[in-house]
Design a binder for this molecule. Structure first.
Ligand SMILES: Nc1ncnc2c1ncn2[C@@H]1O[C@H](COP(=O)(O)OP(=O)(O)OP(=O)(O)O)[C@@H](O)[C@H]1O
Ligand SMILES: [Mg+2]
Length: 429
């Protein structure tokens, strides 16, 4: 039965929330529940129901399908995680806010992996709650609208739960590979909230970055948007990340989603590069993506995190065919093989990218390897992933070697770039 609101005997209030958000607090401590309820109410929201952790909470989540859940996190941690996992599975679009009196990085990381949207700790201020309520309202409004304005557009999020495993290498190479023969228009958006380095890898510099454009997206028209983008020699357009990570604080994950939707109405393919830790921005990217390329290395910490990430995606209801698992040997070819990796992550590996020095040589001069050496082993793998993600045949195979060579020297035929290409062959990596 779906909970429809009405008079709430527990609080004695009319539960038709003025904000239109069905709100639930799950906390086994009655006093802490009361404190939070009055703060939430001061932030302009009526709390509809309150439950302790356990079966009562789960039953209420099922019946009520809340838009906004506040979940207390105290020891044993497992109890709160169960509630979060259950809520994520039943109400995937809800805003889940975990709160605790004590902060630890381990708890925060585990909660973020479980898919909470916000994590509040210590003394919760009314401005924090107002921000949470505002975000939940925008999220509820956004999930009531269709995910993408143009059903034909592909949004590909490249994610991975560790730094330095080849996410940006994958994003930049997919962008170049897909844009290569001009059949598809491509935009690469750098959503790496820590050290966005798409611009460095593609050797471009811009005056405008994601956070600035996302903030203004409501009033943006197509022509202005195009002027803000960088055009790369590969044919792909680029919207770089801000150089200062604090700029991300000025835009919300919902604004980023609006930006991606806007871009998806203009480009055939939008690729989203992300940081190595799961945060609001990555969650927002995955939510609007039609395909998610999950990058993993064969190292143990990466495998463990990949297993958790895949579990999270499955709980969030991502279809199997949306997820493309890619194993990259970014440092050497040693370590567990494909079968071991599949066993460790509990999921099939769709593609392997071999260790290839050409990747680093290409990076040093700001060129994806799919442009610099389209027949290098890693480039071939990236063309295959691009074909898988877009459903089109791999473009270097479709064109044939001669045509590719002609195009390659057409793009880099100037004296300056030919010299640069010759110089590249001598770079030691
Ligand atoms: N197949 C490969 N062969 C050789 N080197 C590779 C390969 N793939 C990636 N690399 C190298 O690994 C390094 C890390 O790659 P990249 O920057 O793409 O990782 P990342 O996951 O985006 O890292 P971060 O999380 O810090 O943004 C780079 O120096 C890149 O050139
Ligand atoms: Mg990166």
């Amino acid at each position: 039965m779906r909970w429809t609101g009405g008079y709430n005997a527990e609080t004695g209030q009319d539960t038709m929330n003025t904000a239109g958000l069905r709100t639930l607090i799950v906390d086994s401590d009655e006093i802490s529940r009361e404190v939070l309820r009055s703060k939430v109410q001061r932030a302009g929201l009526v709390v509809d129901l309150e439950r302790p952790h356990g079966l009562a909470a789960q039953q209420t989540i099922q019946e009520m399908e809340p838009d906004l859940l506040f979940i207390a996190v105290e020891q044993p941690l497992q109890r709160a995680l169960q509630t979060v996992d259950f809520a994520r599975a039943i109400v995937p679009d809800a805003t889940i806010v975990a709160y605790t009196t004590e902060w630890s990085p381990m708890v925060e990381r585990r909660l973020m992996q479980s898919g909470v949207n916000d994590f509040l700790h210590g003394k919760i201020s009314s401005s924090q709650l107002s921000a949470v309520v505002g975000g939940a309202r925008r999220k509820a409004a956004a999930s009531a609208t269709p995910a993408l304005p143009d059903a034909g557009a592909q949004v590909i999020a490249v994610v991975g739960q560790k730094g330095g495993i080849g996410k940006t290498t994958t994003s930049t190479n997919l962008a170049a590979a897909i844009a290569r023969d001009g059949r598809q228009s491509v935009l690469l958006i750098d959503l790496d909230t820590r050290f966005g380095d798409v611009a460095i890898m593609m050797d471009v510099a811009s005056d405008y970055t994601v956070s600035e454009v996302a903030r203004e997206v409501e009033g943006l028209d197509r022509e202005t948007f195009r002027k803000l983008l960088l055009c790369h020699d590969s044919g792909a357009c680029i919207l770089p990340a801000p150089r200062d990570y604090r700029s991300w604080l000025n835009c919300t994950p919902e604004q980023i989603q609006d930006l991606v939707r806007f871009a998806a109405g203009m480009f055939d393919v939008v690729i989203l590069d992300t940081p190595g830790t799961f945060n609001d921005v990555v969650a927002a990217a995955v939510e609007v993506a039609s395909r998610v390329v999950v990058v993993t290395s064969s190292e143990l910490p990466s495998l463990k995190n990949t297993a958790l990430l895949l579990e999270h995606f499955s709980l969030k209801g991502l279809a199997e065919e949306q997820v493309i698992v890619t194993l990259i040997y970014g440092h050497d070819q040693e370590g567990p093989d494909r079968a071991d990796v599949e066993f460790a992550i509990g999921h099939a590996v769709d593609h392997e990218v071999p260790f290839d020095r050409n990747v680093r040589k290409a990076t040093q001069v700001g060129m994806p390897v799919t442009m610099w050496k389209p027949h290098a082993p890693a480039a071939t793998a990236f063309f295959r992933i691009a074909a898988h993600a877009t459903g089109l045949p791999a473009s270097h195979e479709a064109l044939g070697v001669t045509a590719v060579r002609r195009r390659f020297f057409g793009v880099f035929g100037s004296r300056k770039t030919t010299a640069a290409a010759a110089e590249l062959d001598t770079i030691a990596v």
